[in-house]
Design a protein around this ligand. Structure first.
Ligand SMILES: Nc1ncnc2c1ncn2[C@@H]1O[C@H](COP(=O)(O)OP(=O)(O)O)[C@@H](O)[C@H]1O
Ligand SMILES: [Mg+2]
Length: 181
């Protein structure tokens, strides 16, 4: 099992969101989505325990896309798909891929403030950020994030996680990425 603890009080809404969403997703009985064993306000105990991934097999790609489609059919959009939220279950024979970190997920077509990996976002999300608009999230966001994170894994395998920071100018970074990609 994996134990996730909130370091800051600011993260508590994400913990609640993740718990509610994982409870809903449990009806899919998917081997690619973690299950909750125990929780309280700032702790989630999840199973199975996964390992960070360094590669994706053809099967993993198919599994990720199918799992996303199934989550979307329940109206849930992950919104933060990237290498760092993909794990591998080493305890099962197939070493199934796991999609973790559902705390930033939204309901289909819900407008929300930005969260997730800027470098994986579709252009319209970057443009909305630059314009300072609310972002309407649809299922295509997850697919674009997945394709872009896969591209980054292939071409920039050493790309480090970009830390969140107070001085971070998110509009400026969105501008840079929109011109780059
Ligand atoms: N099922 C899991 N197996 C192993 N480690 C996990 C699992 N779920 C989460 N983790 C660990 O907890 C850390 C934080 O998890 P995550 O859900 O991605 O939250 P966040 O990225 O928002 O901090 C991850 O970096 C990972 O080390
Ligand atoms: Mg994460």
């Amino acid at each position: 099992m994996a134990v996730k603890m909130a370091k800051k009080i600011d993260y508590l809404p994400c913990f609640t969101k993740e718990r509610i969403v994982l409870e809903k997703l449990s009806e899919l009985e998917s081997p690619h989505i973690p299950k909750i064993l125990f929780y309280n306000d700032d702790v989630l105990v999840l199973t199975p325990l996964g390992e960070k991934i360094n590669n994706l097999r053809k099967k993993d790609i198919k599994d990720i896309i199918t799992t996303l489609q199934n989550a979307h059919s329940l109206g849930i959009i992950h919104r933060d798909l990237r290498k760092f939220n993909l794990y591998r279950n080493l305890d099962d024979l197939c070493e199934n891929i796991l999609i973790v970190d559902w705390g930033y997920s939204v309901n289909n077509s819900e407008s929300a403030i930005f969260a997730g990996a800027l470098e994986c976002m579709p252009d319209y999300v970057l443009q909305s950020l630059i314009n300072g608009e609310q972002i309407a999230y649809g299922p295509q966001v997850d697919l674009t994030c997945f394709v872009r994170s896969f591209y980054l894994m292939l071409h920039r395998p050493t790309l480090d996680r970009v830390p969140f920071g107070k001085d971070d100018n998110i509009e400026e970074r969105a501008h840079m990425l929109l011109n780059l990609l």
